[in-house]
Design a protein. Structure first.
Ligand code: GLN
Length: 534
């Protein structure tokens, strides 16, 4: 097993995740089997309890892991499915060590960060990587070099490199920022120099520097970085702003990074095959038409909160030959003013997942607008529950219908807590989570979209459509065409006589991949095209 450690310098948000994923994709294009691990230095055990406003979306894995959104990038770029063990947090590491201490595994010893925490980190990385049977494991270290929290992780990977024959089986990729100053656009290397100095102080010499800048690095700047940071010039890689993240692998590849890594790690590689990927990226950046889709939610100030939806629309758009422009609409604004002009200008609407009462009535108004005006609509998780509440209120005349999440006293709890959740009190990792089978009714719209009567989709919820009301809903045209394997949980709803009004309790966005778009997102995009152009 060979390791590529990706660290970040200067500032966060440099696209370390995209760099890691792109390197993975490039190695994969040479016939090398790649896996990836994300290290998050925070104390949370997992990302499940974190607010999307702060950290972006919580990504959900097949095994129910609630993880950092970068694992979504790995899955999309590498076309693999990882497990929750691929996300290591300080919380997980400390918990493991403290449990071992209580078991008496370190009997007689003083338990310390070095070597106990660092050993735990190393063995976690190695165990996870080896279990995948991959040739190369990319380990992305979250945070910025110099943070107190990331110190034990950097120390652990430094030791790994030393223990595995310095430089033979491990390489370090450091991502930095090259700001551009002044009117003539001078590219500045000082922040890169400083962050490399910081990394060296910990004992790590980077092998490759990936420098983010608005523009491609000038040759003289590459030389300067090479000289000051002691990295060969061919290992200074420029990563300018791209039109699409899916172009980044080609941008890096054109500078020779793949060959450099292959030779440094003495990997056996095949001839490059990036045709499918670059064709996909080409379709994303060269659309022939464009549709607008409104995303109505409450985390609309941070695009990362909905990253998997945005990517699913990229995948669907590439498939349908269209650009999908996402218009973020704050559900609280709709709640206050009704469907806004910007919402009405859109060709389709998505209501994504969410928690809590804020903006709920605005989402219900949005669902009503889409239903009555035959605007293509997709509801996901909370969006499915919203569509159900709206239908109950307006069509079934249950004017106070609600979810007990928002109104515990409602006389029509059409959405209610899952029975198995009734005694759950702890919040961490206790929802209905991960991949679950869904049985799709033959002949339904969902069946046509999926082309299968049995699908596996990922879940993350505590509430569900109350089975008491199913018959009444279906008699009136809100059909449940997807159900859990035991038939008890409603998974897909579709409205009779509407061009496209589909909603799901699960999250199809998490399994969407380049050239394998989420069927429900693709259906929405195609319906938007029909609405706009036919
Ligand atoms: N809050 C709802 C539930 O817990 C929906 C969850 C979601 O959208 N992920 O069931």
């Amino acid at each position: 097993m060979k390791y590529i450690f990706v660290t970040g310098g200067v500032i966060s948000g440099l696209g370390k995740g995209i760099t890691s994923s792109s390197i993975g994709r490039l190695l994969k294009s040479r016939g090398i089997k790649v896996t990836a691990i994300k290290i998050d230095p925070y104390l949370n055990i997992d990302a499940g309890t974190m607010n999307p406003f702060e950290h972006g979306e919580v990504f959900v894995l097949d095994d129910g892991g609630e993880v950092d959104l970068d694992l979504g990038n790995y899955e999309r770029f590498l076309d693999i499915s990882v497990t929750s063990n691929h996300n290591i947090t300080t919380g997980k590491v400390y918990r493991a060590v403290i449990e071992k201490e209580r078991q008496g595994e370190y009997l007689g010893k003083t338990v310390q960060i070095i070597p106990h925490i660092t050993n735990e980190i190393k063995s976690h990385i190695i165990n996870v990587a080896e279990a995948t049977g991959a040739d190369v494991c990319i380990v992305e270290l979250g945070g910025t070099v110099g943070d107190i929290e990331s110190m034990p992780f950097l120390e652990a990977v430094r030791e790994m490199n030393m223990e595995m024959g310095k430089g033979k089986n491990c390489i370090f990729v450091h991502t930095t920022l090259v700001p551009i100053m002044g009117t003539v656009g001078e590219q500045k290397t000082k922040p890169t120099q400083h962050s490399v100095k910081e990394l060296r102080a910990i004992g790590i010499q980077p092998d490759i520097i990936v420098a983010r800048a608005k523009e491609p690095l000038e040759e003289s700047i590459k030389k300067k970085i090479s000289l000051f940071c002691d990295v060969p010039i061919e290992a200074v890689v420029s990563c300018p702003d791209a039109r699409s993240i899916y172009e980044v692998p080609m941008i890096l590849n054109d500078q020779g990074i793949t060959d450099y890594i292959i030779s440094r790690l003495s990997l056996e590689a095949k001839r490059p095959d990036l045709v499918e990927w670059s064709d996909f990226a080409h379709r994303i950046v060269n659309p022939t038409k464009s549709v607008k889709i409104a995303l109505v939610g409450k985390y609309t100030h941070l695009a990362d909160s909905y990253i998997s939806h945005l990517e699913a629309f990229h995948h669907a758009g590439a498939e349908a030959g269209t650009k999908v422009e996402i218009v973020f609409v704050d559900s609280e604004v709709v709640q206050q003013f009704g469907p806004t002009e910007e919402l009405m200008k859109c060709d389709a609407i998505l209501i994504p997942g969410g928690f809590g009462t804020r903006g709920i009535e605005g989402k219900i108004m949005t669902a009503r607008y889409a239903r009555e005006n035959k605007v293509p609509f997709l509801g996901v998780c909370l969006g499915f529950q919203i569509a159900t509440i709206e239908f109950a209120r307006d069509v079934l005349c249950m004017t106070d219908a609600n979810s007990t999440e928002f109104e515990p006293q409602t006389s029509h709890p059409v959405v209610d807590l899952l029975p198995e959740q009734k005694n759950v009190t702890k919040k961490g990792a206790t929802m209905r989570l991960g991949a679950q089978p869904v049985v799709v009714t033959e002949g339904s719209k969902a069946y046509r979209l999926y082309g299968s009567a049995l699908i596996m989709e990922r879940h993350r919820h505590r509430f569900e459509v109350n089975p008491r009301y199913i018959e009444e809903f279906e008699k009136n045209g809100w059909l449940f065409t997807g159900r859990s394997a035991d038939g008890v949980k409603m998974e897909i709803g579709e409205l009779e006589g509407h061009p496209y009004y589909v909603a799901a309790q699960f999250h199809p966005e998490f399994k969407s991949r380049p050239n394998k778009p989420s069927p429900l997102h693709l259906g929405l995009v195609k319906a938007a095209i029909r609405k706009k152009f036919e």
